[in-house]
Design a protein around this ligand. Sequence first.
Ligand code: GLA
Length: 689
Amino acid sequence: MLYGGDYNPEQWPTDIHLDDIEKMVEARVNLVSIGIFSWARLEPANGEFSFGWLDEIIERLTNAGIGIDLATGTASPPAWLTIEHPEILPMTETGVRLGHGSRQNFCLSSPVFRRYASRLAGELAKRYGNHPNLRLWHISNEYGCHSAHCYCPDSARSFRTWLEEKYGDIEALNEAWGTDFWAQRYTSFDQVDVPRATPTLKNPGQVNDFWAFSSDEMLACYLAEKAAIREHSDAPVTTNFMGLFPPTNYRAWAPHIDVISDDSYPDPNSVFAARETALVSDLMRSLKDGQPFYLLEQTTAAVQWRERNARKRPGSFALQSLQRVARGADAICQFQWRQSVRGAETFHSAMVPHSGRDSRIWRDVVGLGDVLSRMGEIVGTRVPTEVALLMDWQSQWHRAAAIGPGPNRTLEAIAAWHGTAFERGYPVDFVFPDSDLSGYCVIIVPELFAMSKDTASKLLEAAQSGAEIIVTAPTAVLDETGRAATGGYAGVLSELLGVRVVDHCLPGGEVNDLVDPRVDAISAAMTATSAIDRVELDVDPRTPLFRVLDAIASPRPAISGEYWAEELSIDDDVDVLATFVGLDLDGLAAITYRSCGEGGGTYVATDLDSAGRAALLRVAEARTRIAGNRIEAPAGVEAVRRGPAVFLLNHGDAAAQVAGICGRDLISDSKVTGHLVVPPRSAAVVVTD
Ligand code: GLA
């Protein structure tokens, strides 16, 4: 199990370097990422490389047995480069060139930037590419984090080339963007521009393509550096991802990344921090279809960039780290090794805090190093899953580019449905339009706004062979090219679901409490859908949904939807599980079910609350065999199986008693004979007999 963090020795003098090594050994650090922001030190002037300082650091780390994740240093171009070539600086949509003095100050399409960045990557690879202690290459840093979209002339030029390659002739682009609307028709690719600031709404096709283009440009930057590395080195290559980050299609990137790696900073101030950790871990593990991933960055305690920077509660650093291991991480690394004393991240926590050795942080860091050193048998193993959640970056770009019909809640919906599975004790595989869906018992499709016929057929096949598919609105409103579905939205799924969406009737919004009935006689006599913020659902007592709700709690939880409601047209063989209550929606179907081959399709025509989601998952559970593989855990405890072990992660504030488990706990290094107490905010990792 790898353990360590970003190491920025150029910020420190030699005596501190010696102390660093001593402390790293004490904490059992075995991997550090070096040089991530070192371009100005590595190449102080154009073509003059200075590797002496890095040689020294690498030698010290190597002598101490600490592995190296060597960065190409290209995430922050030096001043000499932006002065010699100001055209590499990114431009905003209003035409402002951004300046030097921060980081990620480069245009993704700049050929000049790519040339210089690849040259540096190549020089580093020539020098260190075959170093026996090199574990990993770390290209750039968090692509797109600060400047995912650039609107400069270089970007516009590359965008035109990209469009020409995609569409071949300009008429195809006109068709795809619907340019006959508002006289936007082009007669040549030379006329097309990046979607810079416009007087009013932008063309959604143009915006969507620009997002796809920008993701490809980031990947092209990465690939250019990778190619330069590959001329001299066969060591694995990565770049650090950022969870569900919308601008980059990580699934499309995954084949080019040797080990998926992630940076993740859930807010310790939120009770959903554990959910978020579970979600991003599941996502990272899924990008390469179940292969383990590396966590390259998290905090030991607090970040400095939120409005309120809560520190992790006692125990949480180790607990969340083990949570990531449970869900597929083979490396736990932090930003950063030693807390800076100057610069923008002075108040971001680190492994060696300002206060030094006498601190909870340092004790936690040493403690986690000790625990992880006992996790060797977990490395490389898989996490068995039977629940999948379908997501698609391209659909998200269409959703973001579309103007209306309602608020874009895709990421919230993904998080909500993943959270439902998390609370019930299921790890989830994220699946994508190109994934193999066979083998999953339950597949959740939250808000897949733009869907192709191929994806719809895959879902149908999965249902026919026994999977339960839960689809939530708004899904398949567009096809994969961004064209609105005609003849009823979601029609592409009608064989699976037996429903078509006739219309969106979004409730909620601004409630006009300025109406004074004593004087505003006309307005006061009217009601509007804005009066309904949350739509109650009436569940049919003859349905399994009703019975499950009854079993969840007494009195039976009422369920409701928010943000979104639809009018459906329904085939005869479709069961209506619940209807909307109130105003123009009264009595209309809100949740439907159709059996389909060996499985079935559920459609949810609203943004369902958590009791509703939990109940639907339990209905699906009863129809499949997944419940048999659930580990029953007490409140507060997340139980996950990975390889030979069961991880019991107690997120709660009270000790939890777990029964029926036998084996060896890797944390306490003791035998477990049927009964175990897991203290608050801590974990047991039991290799079962
Ligand atoms: C990102 C970056 C790091 C650091 C952290 C701070 O993850 O990659 O360099 O800025 O954020 O949280």
